[in-house]
Design a protein around this ligand. Structure first.
Ligand SMILES: Cc1cc2nc3c(=O)[nH]c(=O)nc-3n(C[C@H](O)[C@H](O)[C@H](O)COP(=O)(O)O)c2cc1C
Length: 197
């Protein structure tokens, strides 16, 4: 069984909807066990996070970076960084904000730098940009044109029951599926290497 932990923060519920979509996508892959963990609960879930083969990190974009609550979780991992405990786990990221851009890329880069400092293996979105030609539409997968991770947009005055929605959630599902499939391949390679050794 491949184990995936999705650790996220959501102040107002929008990124939680995106996180749930990532969970749905990862759960579609056979032999995958997915834990969805809000940063409010990370302290009770260190065992689950440490045991994961892949960790998918998600935060809203607040002032062009991850939220303070999410950053507090990142900073709480310094002991694990010292031990190299998360080294060679797979990692990926997602973020939601109100602006179409809203500087979401900065948040994904922040998450990516964090994962690289932990010696993790980054799994990007792996999709071409959507809605970037005259034939495109906002219904396209990856309509916000990200490469590093999954982005979604929710109007600031709209509740999470309504937004994010549509292709942004399909894009989040895609990321979840992709990480689960990558983790399956990564683990089976490691098993083959162990048998050959
Ligand atoms: C403190 C704060 C800062 C924000 N900064 C940005 C920003 O830099 N870019 C942006 O597009 N939206 C920004 N927003 C809007 C949020 O990203 C947006 O409302 C998002 O849906 C919130 O996600 P959440 O419901 O998961 O907390 C900000 C909101 C707050 C509360």
């Amino acid at each position: 069984m491949v184990k995936i932990a999705i650790v996220y923060h959501s102040g107002y519920g929008h990124t939680a909807v995106q996180a749930e979509a990532v969970r749905r996508g990862a759960s579609e892959v056979d032999w995958t066990d997915v834990a969805l963990i809000s940063v409010e609960e990370y302290e009770q879930n260190w065992d689950v996070i440490d045991a994961a083969d892949a960790i998918i990190f998600g935060s809203p974009t607040y002032f062009g970076s991850a939220s303070a609550q999410f950053k507090a979780f990142l900073d709480a991992t310094s002991g694990r960084w010292l031990e190299g405990r998360w080294s060679n786990k797979l990692a990926a990221g997602f973020t939601n904000s109100a602006g179409m851009s809203g500087d979401k890329l900065a948040t994904l880069q922040q998450i990516n730098h964090f994962a690289m400092q932990h010696g993790m293996i980054w799994v990007g979105l792996g999709l071409p940009p959507g809605n970037h030609t005259s034939a495109g539409s906002p219904a396209d997968l990856n309509r916000l044109g990200s490469f590093l991770g999954a982005m979604s947009q929710a109007d600031a005055d709209v509740p999470p029951e309504v937004a994010p929605a549509g292709s942004d959630l399909e894009t989040a599902e895609y990321l979840g599926r992709r990480v689960a499939e990558a983790a399956q391949r990564w683990l089976s390679n490691q098993r083959e290497e162990a048998v050959a050794a």
